[in-house]
Design a protein around this ligand. Structure first.
Ligand SMILES: C[S@@+](CC[C@H](N)C(=O)[O-])C[C@H]1O[C@@H](n2cnc3c(N)ncnc32)[C@H](O)[C@@H]1O
Length: 281
């Protein structure tokens, strides 16, 4: 029942935002809990310490090249180019976010690109990149889309290239996000990892709908609720391992502890996220 409603909702939204909204399938993969326990997660205070780990992993690479996959208007592309000397390109399907980034970071405006990553391949040669950074993007993808994304990321990475993927690891993380931000979330299906969150952008999109499309949207969505797919760490490890990635087995943290490639990162608002470091095997 819910799926029928949400299918209609997404079809109608896609009609005006075809470049932003993707597949509405949000089915969770079979759960395997073998690789992930809270015990092997080490604390990292903020995104900079996490980027610090990336800097350390890349310290012996010359002329580093990289990608911010689903960059939005985030500062990472700007920072990477101007402060770390990494030739880094960001791609995103949100044309407003890309325009915003170009205005905010004029010195690196040409490094932010408008692209729907699920309808296109990255415009980069096979085996050409040292790293891919991907923060808070896979929540918008279905299982198939994550697999597609991971294979394209794998294609452009050099052997031994690094793939850092960051995401909220379970529904508790989204509840923490809700508590800190005041943004409403509804848990639709805990086992399937389906939640909906209030999204201002969605409200604006709905306001702009023409009447014909409006008829296709269930009343309750006029609050601007948006579907989110919550992946668990083990889901993402499984997907990555299908696509030639292996978790990095040894990482030295700024506090001198060593860990494997599964880290936990507290975002700005103190919300836990998983940060997984993979290598192209
Ligand atoms: C929560 S934002 C994160 C943005 C940025 N990585 C950051 O950390 O601020 C998720 C981003 O994924 C982008 N995205 C979702 N689906 C996409 C697609 N098919 N192609 C490109 N970008 C996509 C959205 O446009 C949005 O900017």
């Amino acid at each position: 029942m819910y799926q029928n409603e949400s299918r209609k909702y997404y079809q109608a939204l896609r009609a005006i935002h075809s470049n932003v909204f993707t597949n509405n399938k949000r089915k969770m993969n079979e759960k395997t809990f073998t690789r992930y326990t809270d015990g092997n997660i080490e604390g990292i205070n903020n995104l900079y310490t996490l980027i610090g780990v990336l800097i350390k992993l890349l310290e012996n690479n010359k002329n580093v090249k990289g990608v911010d996959y689903g960059c939005g208007s985030h500062y990472f592309v700007d920072d990477a180019n101007s402060n770390y000397g990494w030739d880094t390109n960001g791609f995103d399907s949100d044309i407003d976010a890309i325009a915003d980034a170009k205005t905010r970071y004029p010195q690196n405006a040409h490094k932010y690109h408008f692209l729907n990553l699920l309808m296109n391949q990255l415009p980069l040669a096979d085996g050409s990149q040292d790293f891919v950074f991907c923060n808070a993007v896979i929540q918008h993808f279905s299982d198939e889309e994550v697999l597609y994304a991971f294979s394209d990321i794998c294609r452009i990475l050099k052997n031994d290239g690094i793939f850092l993927v960051i995401f909220k690891r379970n529904i508790l993380d989204w509840e923490a996000f809700s508590a800190k931000s005041g943004i409403k979330i509804n848990i639709l299906d805990e086992n399937e990892g389906m939640i909906e969150i209030e999204d201002e952008k969605m409200k604006t999109a709905l306001k702009n709908f023409n009447d014909r499309n409006k008829n296709n949207i269930p009343e309750k969505y006029y609050s601007g609720m948006r579907l989110i797919h919550v992946y668990r760490v083990e889901n993402i490890i499984n997907f990555a391992e299908k696509k030639q990635f292996r978790l990095i087995d040894k990482i030295e943290l700024p506090n001198k502890h060593t860990t494997d490639g599964i880290l936990s990162y507290q975002s700005g608002k103190g919300i836990p996220n998983a940060a997984l470091f993979f290598k192209k095997a």
